[in-house]
Design a protein around this ligand. Sequence first.
Ligand SMILES: [Zn+2]
Ligand SMILES: [Zn+2]
Length: 377
Amino acid sequence: MAKRDYYETLGVGKTATDDELKKAYRRLAMKHHPDRNQGDESSQEHFKEAKEAYEILKNPQKRAAYDQFGHAGVSSSAGGPGGPGGFQGDVGDIFGDIFGDIFGGSGGRRRQARQRGSDLRFSLDLDLEEAVSGTDREIKVPTLGECKTCKGSGARDGHKQTCTTCGGVGQVRMQQGIFSVQQTCPACQGSGQQISNPCTDCGGQGRLRETRTLSVKIPAGVDNGDRIRLAGEGEAGANGAPAGDLYVEVQVRPHPIFERDGDDLYCEVPVCFTLAAMGGELEIPTLDGQVKLKVPVETQTGRMFRLKGKGVKSVRSHRTGDLMCRVVLETPIKLTREQKDLLRQFEATFTKDNSLHNPRSQSWLKGVREFFDRMTS
Ligand SMILES: [Zn+2]
Ligand SMILES: [Zn+2]
């Protein structure tokens, strides 16, 4: 059988540059590599042929001799080391270069670029009561789900072929100047497989947009920013790869009465000045019903009362916080003529010795006097 022309073997022109030769050889070598075509005689032949052609043409002297004299010009060296026949035990040089970082140290096993589906974050709005006591919620999550028709394979008949561009590796090398850069194979997007008969439902993607309805158990005591992980409920992976996770992030709506700080709750309680002066009882709302708060005689505005154990039970420590009630004295409005008269009479009793009944005014006035004294001295 007549020997094929070396340029023809590599599929390049006579004026091919070193780069073009290298690329052409890599493509063929990957396609016909014996590791990938076990028992395939014609592949072995093609592989030998390509290697021989490249060995000659990459060497400027041998290439010149071949150009001038054809196979006769290089026949003596063609049978030597590195020539045909030697490849079985000699898969070093360019193969280390091509397959090195793909195969890594794993003994030549093909690693397919199978990327897990993306994780998703879902923001869940809760009332404070729901966050405190826990709840079960149904959520609708827009996501990418596995195509049921092709079971995520993307192929209508469930059948896939090895990608011809990358030979199933999922990666190709591109020459950029003196660097060779490894890239995800553009033909198969790294899967190493091609579909000749794509699934019509998902267009060969194996995934479909869908809105998934899930029920989420919210544990008692969660707070703003807490996340609940639902394993495997994220986006389906491409090419049948595993799905990502779904993170449900809690957002607690502002409450009309309570403000939460850690496990403690805070609230403001408006109190009429008469009750604050004479003391009495107040009804205080808590998350589990009303409780009575004893307001002592002469309670000043801003005073804080702590109701032990009326806060939030922590989802982590299971310790229960307190409810902090801040008393705010309220100025009465829309007074009747009679009420105003009474207040005037009341006020009149103060004029003799103001300091006795208004401790804060007293200390405030003292501060003002000291302030002016410093200014004028
Ligand atoms: Zn499909
Ligand atoms: Zn490919």
